[in-house]
Design a protein around this ligand. Structure first.
Ligand code: SF4
Ligand code: SF4
Length: 387
């Protein structure tokens, strides 16, 4: 029997790219997918916040259309998707979206504020969720709940993470750098809530050009000067000694260079190995870009972009750029060698940035390996009977 995927394509159609789009893809690509612009929270540093009332019309990603897009994403080498919002768990078919991505051979993660985790976590796990990111704004649960406008969200996060933990889902806190955070006090809360690790994102004051609204022009929580922001970045590096932090140190150093206006070492992979897709199924180079490339259904025809952009400090793109750099150098070296340019291939491999990237990959792999081997401490009653 021919195996068929969610959009009714056969296995052969799904896996095989058209000859003209075939490419060397040793390094998997990633994509952020915004499934809605609706949100139930009031975060001061975000313009999706319900109390700001800047979202005029709620929009939802169509599951059937997204399923049709999955083979195209797979052909482009995308193996990691993070569903985001707004608040993605407000999407009635979020578990179906995760299931379709997982069935397509794409590792699916979700980033959520956690309010709906108790209701949704079991179906998400059944659907194949691999990574759960939950936003945390402070070392103080009280300050976090106040900023989110979600009284009691801490307990809901704790419940959801407990179930995720017993089902082997990686649980990451996603912390925006803001004046609400005391870095040295953060591990205590993250341990209490049940996180494996933390990843930091950097605040954004300028509006994005895309449909993303995760910025705030007026928030006093994020109106940092250069030195204050660099101090926060140093605190994040120091935290690595006490808690697993997934931002590579080399990436944090590059963000410091960005803040100080110095030349960065790592070019961004946005538009080459990392993309943004919104609820309209438009594909963008990244959330910060001001014009979509077009419909996701045209992705096969959209060329790679490798212009050494370092225009912003979006952590997901910039961290991925460091981690992917060594693999991409290998891809480029192979291509150069394959066309007779052996010297150029060798030069590409023996760069200091390649060694820094490899060191970052090794450090992160060690963290993941350690987390995978960590014994469960709970009684087991939170386990899903059906999973
Ligand atoms: S940061 Fe997330 S939870 Fe907070 S308002 Fe923005 S989209 Fe909603
Ligand atoms: S540096 Fe920023 S603006 Fe440039 S491609 Fe990367 S994410 Fe986009």
């Amino acid at each position: 029997m021919v195996k068929r995927h969610a959009n009714n394509t056969s296995e052969a159609e799904f896996r095989e790219p058209a000859a003209k789009t075939r490419r060397l893809t040793l390094v998997p690509s990633a994509c952020d997918v915004s499934v809605t612009n609706a949100c139930n929270a009031t975060c001061d540093f975000c313009s999706f916040a319900r109390d700001k009332q800047l979202v005029k019309e709620k929009r939802w990603l169509n599951r059937a259309d997204f399923a049709r897009a999955l083979p195209i994403l797979y052909r482009r080498g995308i193996r990691y998707l993070t569903f985001q919002g707004g608040e993605p768990l407000l999407h009635r078919e979020i578990d179906g979206l995760v299931a379709d991505a997982a069935a397509a051979g794409i590792h699916a993660g979700v980033i959520t504020n956690g309010w709906m985790l108790p209701q949704k976590i079991e179906s998400l796990i059944r659907a194949g969720l691999r990574t759960l990111l939950v936003s945390i704004d402070s070392h103080s649960l009280e300050k976090h709940e106040e900023n989110r406008g979600l009284q009691g969200v801490g307990e809901r996060i704790r419940q959801g993470l407990s179930v995720a933990r017993h089902n082997g889902v990686l649980r990451m806190a996603s912390v925006t750098v803001s004046r609400l955070v005391q870095y040295e006090a953060l591990p205590e809360l993250l341990d209490y809530l049940g996180f494996d690790a933390v990843v930091f994102s950097y605040p954004r004051r300028e509006p994005f050009g895309s449909t993303s609204m995760v910025f705030s022009q007026n928030s006093s929580l994020i109106d940092f000067g250069k030195e204050e922001l660099c101090e926060a970045l140093e605190s994040i590096k120091a935290l690595k000694k006490r808690f697993p932090v997934f931002n590579p140190a080399a990436s944090i150093d590059d963000i410091k260079r960005h803040v100080r206006g110095e030349r960065e070492h790592f070019a961004c992979v946005g538009g080459y190995k990392y993309f943004y897709i919104d609820w309209n199924l438009n594909v963008w180079r990244c959330e910060a870009w001001n014009k979509p490339y077009g419909s996701v259904f045209d992705l096969d025809k959209i060329p790679d972009c490798r212009d050494r952009c370092t225009a912003c400090m979006m952590s997901c793109y910039r961290d991925a750029s460091v981690l992917m750099h060594a693999g991409m150098a290998f891809e480029d070296a192979m291509t150069a060698a394959g066309t007779g340019h052996l010297g150029e291939g060798t030069r590409l491999l023996f760069q200091r940035t390649v060694a820094q990237s490899l060191a970052s990959v090794v450090a992160q792999s060690r963290q993941v390996f350690r987390l995978a081997g960590r014994p469960l401490k709970h009684s087991g009653k939170e386990q899903l009977s059906a999973v």
